[in-house]
Design a protein around this ligand. Structure first.
Ligand code: ADP
Ligand code: MG
Length: 284
C-alpha cells in the first residue's frame, strides 16, 4: 500500500473510532514525521495526546454542567490574605480530595461574602477534574426537589440519584428555615449517605442553631450526630469580600462582619465517640 493510501486508511479508522480530534492533526503530524522533525514514537504520542486532551476537556465540561457547578471558581483565584482566619493549609489539604474517598463531611462556616460558596465550588471543580461525579445544590433547592419527588412517588430513586454522587455540595444551610416534612426528607438523605459519600456544607449559622433551622431539636441532633462524625470544620471569621470596596460606607456592625453568632469549635478529623448530640451542650 502506498503512503497516501495508508494515510487514507488511518483517517478512515480514526473516523470509525470517532477520534475526531486526532483526525484533525494526523496529517500535519505525519508530515512532520516525514520531514524527520519528530520520531515515530513522538508522532504517535502527539496524536493520542491531542485526542485524549480533547476528550478530557469535553468530559469535564459535561460533568460540570451535570454537577450544576456553573460558576468558574478556583483556589488559585481565592485571595487567602483577605481571610487571615482561614488556614490555607487546611484548605489545600482538602484540595487533595482524600475526604471524598473517606466519605467525610466538610463544613464551611462564616457570614455572607467570605468565600464559602467560592471554596466549595473550587473543591467541586477539582473533584470533577479528578473524575468524581459531583452534585451541587442549595439546601432549599435540594429540599424542594425531594418534596417534589415524594409527591410524585419518586423519592427512592431521587435519593438514590443524589447519593450516587461521591461528592454532594449543599450550599446555604441556614438561610431559610426548613419545614418539618422537608427536615424529615433531608434526614433520610443524610442517613442514606452516612459513611457512603462525602458532603460539603456551607452555612452562615452555627451548629447550635440547627434546631431552629430544621424546626426540631431531635432531628437536628440526629443530623449533626452523622454530619459531625469525622468532619472537617473550617470557620471563616472575616469581612465580606463583596463589600470590600465599600468598607468606608458601611456601618460598624457590618464592617466588623466576621463572626457567626455561635462560634463553632474547630474539630480535627479523628474518631469521636459515637453519642447522641445534645444541642444544648454542643460546643459549636
Ligand atoms: P459566601 O458564599 O461566603 O457568601 P461567596 O463565595 O459567594 O461568599 O463570595 C462572594 C464573591 O466574592 C464571589 O464572587 C467570590 O468569588 C468572591 N470572593 C469571596 N472571597 C474571596 C477571596 N478571599 N478571594 C477572591 N474572591 C473572593
Ligand atoms: Mg454563598
Amino acid at each position: 500500500m502506498s503512503a497516501p493510501q495508508t494515510l487514507e486508511r488511518i483517517k478512515q479508522h480514526l473516523v470509525k473510532l470517532k477520534f475526531v480530534s486526532a483526525l484533525e492533526v494526523v496529517e500535519q503530524v505525519i508530515q512532520r514525521l516525514e520531514k524527520n522533525e519528530i520520531s515515530a514514537m513522538e508522532a504517535l504520542d502527539q496524536i493520542l495526546d491531542q485526542e485524549h486532551g480533547f476528550r478530557e476537556t469535553r468530559r469535564v465540561r459535561t460533568q460540570l454542567r451535570t454537577s450544576r457547578l456553573l460558576q468558574h471558581k478556583t483556589l488559585d483565584t481565592f485571595d487567602f490574605t483577605f481571610q487571615p482566619s482561614l488556614d490555607r493549609q487546611r484548605v489545600m489539604s482538602l484540595a487533595e480530595l482524600s475526604f471524598i474517598a473517606r466519605h467525610q463531611s466538610v463544613h464551611l462556616l462564616g457570614p455572607p461574602g467570605v468565600g464559602k460558596t467560592h471554596l466549595a465550588t473550587a473543591l467541586g471543580i477539582l473533584a470533577v477534574k479528578a473524575g468524581h461525579a459531583v452534585y451541587f445544590t442549595t439546601l432549599s433547592d435540594l429540599i424542594s426537589s425531594l418534596t417534589k419527588a415524594e409527591r410524585e412517588g419518586n423519592l427512592t430513586s431521587r435519593l438514590r440519584y443524589i447519593n450516587r454522587a461521591p461528592l454532594l455540595i449543599i450550599d446555604e444551610v441556614g438561610y431559610l428555615p426548613i419545614e418539618k416534612n422537608g427536615a424529615n426528607l433531608f434526614f433520610q438523605l443524610v442517613n442514606g449517605r452516612y459513611e457512603k459519600g462525602a458532603t460539603i456544607f456551607t452555612s452562615n449559622r452555627g451548629f447550635k442553631e440547627w434546631g431552629q433551622i430544621f424546626g426540631d431539636n431531635v432531628i437536628a441532633a440526629a443530623l449533626l450526630d452523622r454530619l459531625l462524625h469525622r468532619a472537617t470544620v473550617l470557620e471563616i471569621a472575616g469581612n465580606s469580600y463583596r463589600l470590600r470596596e465599600h468598607a468606608d460606607l458601611l456601618p460598624e456592625s457590618l464592617k466588623q462582619g466576621g463572626k457567626l453568632e455561635e462560634l463553632p469549635v474547630k474539630r480535627k478529623p479523628g474518631r469521636p465517640k459515637k453519642q447522641t448530640v445534645d444541642l444544648e451542650n454542643i460546643s459549636s
